[in-house]
Design a protein around this ligand. Sequence first.
Ligand code: IPE
Length: 267
Amino acid sequence: MNQAKPIILKIGGSAITDKTGELAANTQIINRIAEEIKRADLDNLIVVHGGGSFGHPTAAKYGIKDGYKDDPTQKLGFAETHHVMTVLNGLVMDSLIWHEIPAVSVAPSSCMVTENGKVKFFDETVFQAMAKMIFTPVLYGDAVLDEKLGFTVLSGDQIVAYLALKYNAEKIVVGVDTDGLFDSDPKTNPNAKPYKHLTLAELKLIQPKLGKAEGTDVTGGMAGKIAELIPAIEQGIPVTITGATKALSIYRALTDQSVLGTVIEKT
Ligand code: IPE
């Protein structure tokens, strides 16, 4: 990332893990995405990945999202949720670095604090120094400390929107396990129709219909993701949602080529 407007890529946990399993990484897909990031050759990229079958089941088991309820086992749960996210992050980092991308991991739990689930503090000193040196910062959905709740789960999508607004991103690309948004669940309905383009107003109309995630999801599935991204779209930052499990979709979306998926713009 340099002084130019950043491009922010969210890699959904649904794409890089098997969300119906537990601690089940799709390493082949992680490697292919890394290859496509390398090929896109961007020096203003920020990568954020989700939790999938690493963060979500652990966070759900200990009720981390709803905060600390004076139950000491939850403290271990907080530690474990953060830890499993670092394990998934390690796999992503292995792959990015193996593909010769100067990627450096930035743990949200060490530089962000939320208030009632929304980012309140971000110590950006290290992050900005990295950007200046043109590293590719890699963040992830994480268990974080919260001023009101004690702790909570901060989704990768909220991190994406927060950074996009703060650094006035050029665009956001979200890679998931479907080719964008559909009028019903494409995994169960073969006649589901894709939305190629949505304005913010159109998006808000279809938002209640957006499907729930497969497996455990403490941050609200697709509807939750969209809700987090709306502030960035309102600011005029376009969002492309595409299939990270399909070859070249991430590469094409990052390099402004037409792609199977949904483009969401303010108007
Ligand atoms: C969730 O992050 C992180 C934890 C559960 C700790 P996200 O909400 O961004 O993850 P995905 O992309 O839906 O899996």
